[in-house]
Write a protein that binds this ligand. Structure first.
Ligand SMILES: NC(=O)c1ccc[n+]([C@@H]2O[C@H](COP(=O)([O-])OP(=O)(O)OC[C@H]3O[C@@H](n4cnc5c(N)ncnc54)[C@H](O)[C@@H]3O)[C@@H](O)[C@H]2O)c1
Length: 435
């Protein structure tokens, strides 16, 4: 039997297994759930959100496995989509690793989409079996639901929700993806970083005994603000400057600190049961919208362990992006991979790029018909951050169920460039209601 025949038999087998895996029954004779085009294991990628991270993820997926083609691009703004189209052309023609892997960029002008509905063109394309979701967070749960409905495998950036309704959408999409045999990986890349994986494995094996306390920080200076262009509608101006608008970003505790909260949830194998916290804002420059300067949250896990979380964006202060845990037999500075003062990892583990590895893991799981689905984990970490923000904004203690069942939906329904936005104001603890 030739190697070619063997691999094509294997692919046929994998396709059948994927169909069986999708809920225990053979769904139908045609390919299910984000499967490959007939006779191919090609991964055909559509990128939704072509800014910094979408561009990075497109580059990463081209370095992650063989037989990957970037096929379509979508962005709210035409210039951003076209900018990535140009950059990808250069990568395809000059990047040695991409050539070595035989990967391609085939994005003609008629597969470069723009507008708030551009994502739908990608999820409706039957040839695309892998979408990268890298828009501002406020759109994410909508895009996840649409991609799962259209049976796409998903690489989604974090956070995946910025409010309770978005979390519930993700939970439903998680179940639907499992039923359909879809694979979903999240941009909480520490979960694909060999050094984190090894350190946390040792913690789970009891290296410091039972965990009794945890802390994590994302403390840095002010990030960025983008000036509106004169022709922009208010919605366009806020989407362009999304970081500073809670209805798009979730505030920085959700947008950035989710990474560190995710690490502690991973170690604890749970999400917190409640949060009580505080935060405030002193900046008055309207370019910075209505996000807070800082949050300090005391989270409590179901087993009574507390986690201190801090996230700050004030320049000229002490910075730290870190996670640490204390146990009955010692302590671990997780982000430094140090357990009881000694390195927990082998040096060569440090060489693997987690931003590439997350795509390798996702694609391998699809090709092996053993789809990974990280949506629930990342939803829980996103909602952990949301619960902290809700507590800081209102000044109230907030339970997991209050956050999950919250009726406060930040993204207006059926958003268009002309939508009249609610009159968002900066939250005032003690006055802003808990909804
Ligand atoms: N995992 C990581 O380490 C990491 C690092 C950076 C950013 N991120 C995440 O990636 C996401 C994007 O961040 P970024 O830094 O690339 O921002 P960015 O502003 O550079 O890019 C966002 C892009 O999305 C586009 N966009 C906005 N609304 C859209 C919509 N409805 N449909 C299609 N496109 C839309 C914007 O025009 C822009 O081009 C965020 O969720 C962020 O948290 C993750």
């Amino acid at each position: 039997m030739s190697g070619k025949k063997t691999s094509s038999h294997r692919r046929d087998f994998l396709r059948a297994s994927t169909a069986v895996a999708a809920g225990g029954i053979l769904l139908n004779a045609t390919l299910p759930a984000g499967a490959y085009a007939q006779g191919s294991d090609e991964v055909r990628v559509g990128v939704i959100g072509c800014g910094g991270r979408g561009s990075g993820a497109a580059h990463n997926v081209l370095h992650s496995a063989r037989n990957v083609t970037i096929s379509a691009l979508a962005d709210a703004f035409e210039g951003n989509a076209k900018g990535l189209q140009d950059r990808l052309k250069k990568i395809a023609s000059s990047d040695e690793k991409v050539k070595e892997l035989g990967n391609k960029v085939e994005v003609p002008n008629d597969r470069v989409y723009s507008g708030l509905d551009a994502f739908q063109k990608i999820v409706d394309d039957p040839k695309i079996n892998y979408v990268i979701l890298a828009t501002p967070p406020g759109f994410r749960s909508i895009h996840i639901a649409a991609a799962v409905k259209a049976k796409k495998n998903i690489f989604t950036e974090k956070p995946v929700c910025i409010d309770g309704p978005g979390a519930r959408t993700c939970l439903a999409a998680f179940d639907e993806a499992n039923t359909k045999g879809l694979a979903i990986a999240a941009g909480t890349q520490r979960r694909h970083q060999a050094t984190y994986i090894e350190t946390i494995k040792q913690l789970h094996e009891g290296a410091i005994g039972e965990i009794t306390a945890a802390r994590c920080y994302w403390n840095q200076g002010i990030l960025w603000a983008r000036e509106p262009k004169p022709e922009m509608t208010p919605v366009q101006a806020q989407v362009h400057n999304w970081y500073n608008n809670t209805w798009l970003c979730g505030d920085h505790i959700v947008e950035q600190h989710v990474h560190n909260l995710d690490v502690i949830n991973w170690i604890m194998r749970a999400h917190p049961a409640k949060a009580v916290g505080m935060g405030h804002r002193t900046r008055t420059d309207p370019r910075y919208g209505h996000i807070f300067d800082f949050f300090a949250i005391d989270y409590e896990y179901p087993n009574g362990v507390h986690m201190l979380s801090m996230s700050r964006q004030i320049s000229n202060c002490a910075n730290s992006v870190s996670e640490a845990v204390v146990g009955t037999k010692g302590n671990c500075q997780v982000n430094q991979f140090m357990i009881n003062g000694k390195s927990a990892v082998n040096r060569n583990l440090r060489n693997v790029d987690p931003y590439v590895q997350e795509h390798t893991d996702l694609i391998e799981s699809i090709r092996a018909a053993k789809p990974i689905n990280e949506l629930k984990n990342v939803m829980e970490s996103s909602l952990t951050a949301v619960m902290g923000r809700m507590s800081a904004y209102t000044g109230k203690e907030v339970s997991w169920n209050q956050a999950l069942n919250s009726k406060l939906q930040l993204m207006p329904d059926n958003l268009t460039w002309e939508t009249k936005l609610p009159d968002w104001t900066v939250a005032v603890p003690g006055k802003t209601p808990l909804i």
